[in-house]
Design a protein around this ligand. Sequence first.
Ligand SMILES: NC(=O)c1ccc[n+]([C@@H]2O[C@H](COP(=O)([O-])OP(=O)(O)OC[C@H]3O[C@@H](n4cnc5c(N)ncnc54)[C@H](OP(=O)(O)O)[C@@H]3O)[C@@H](O)[C@H]2O)c1
Length: 327
Amino acid sequence: MRALLCKDYGGIDALVVDETPSPALKPGEVRVQVEACGVNFPDTLIVAGKYQFKPEPPFSPGGEISGIVVELGEGVEDVAVGDAVIAITIWGGFAEEIAVPAAQLLKRPPSMDPRVAAGFSMTYGTAMHALVQRADLQAGETLLVLGAAGGVGLAAVEIGKRLGARVIAAASSADKLAVAAEAGADEGVNYAETGLKDAVKDLTGGKGVDVVFDPVGGELTEQALRATGWRGRHLIVGFAAGEIPKIPANLTLLKGCAVVGVFWGDFVKREPDANRANFDRLFGWAETGAIKPLISETFTLETASDALRKLAARQALGKLVVDLAKG
Ligand SMILES: NC(=O)c1ccc[n+]([C@@H]2O[C@H](COP(=O)([O-])OP(=O)(O)OC[C@H]3O[C@@H](n4cnc5c(N)ncnc54)[C@H](OP(=O)(O)O)[C@@H]3O)[C@@H](O)[C@H]2O)c1
């Protein structure tokens, strides 16, 4: 099969498309013919050996896929050859075939396009878990989303609206804020031009927000925490800016607020029933058009490295997807 391969931890520029054997099936696994693979920030880290998982090279990056089951491993039940599925794979998705534990599969809703399905689970799964289980976001509360036109950020904007919150989108350009507004954000703050804390305080009449969704980190984290109100919840989702911030602990005391970690990957393993319930709701919203995942660009296996470069250069809007059917 053909695959985008990381032959050493040389980063995006060292990736090559090459022939490689289709992975052997272990008991409990199924072989999936990959239709499409979502592009995510961790893909840029894993190929540089900077992610929490360090697969032995050669390996393919690619953390989430949609595809068709083509072979069942020993002991697999409840899955059939021909099933259309979605899977979180962490790596291995930028390839024509992948072996996935059957227990990790979700059935793809029949009406969902395979490219949309490929880019759905990581972003919406993370944002849903963050806002529902970790923040307990309530209708009528105010939600501030940083990196609001990025993958998880844009999903948080849409889910925040569905849960009845007032959503303030924050991003680094007018184009990105327009994308967030299109997804339902009520207001926008361009933090490349305006101080985040003061702008958010102005928008909330000095009260501050109830919940912050923060996949960016760096110096924005403290500004957003300072713009959090009494009993607020600041969700630590990721560090796309590259810097893990240090937080002045006195701010949490003064605001009676909480800084709350979000680790969707472990939630899926530790609380599979709650995760499935989240996806039942998400698929229902997608089915009725209440959420509309934005795939801004598709790539082929040959151009998949360009997708990773674009994401790393902060140029992606919504989701980028590699379409294996395209070549
Ligand atoms: N905790 C979890 O369970 C979990 C799950 C999935 C993803 N994540 C994490 O969430 C973060 C976002 O992932 P994603 O796939 O949504 O990424 P993405 O689509 O690239 O979005 C990240 C956003 O961060 C902002 N950003 C600020 N500085 C940046 C920089 N130097 N380089 C790139 N982006 C920068 C950008 O928005 P502006 O230009 O508007 O600032 C960008 O839109 C990553 O750190 C990822 O590891 C965590």
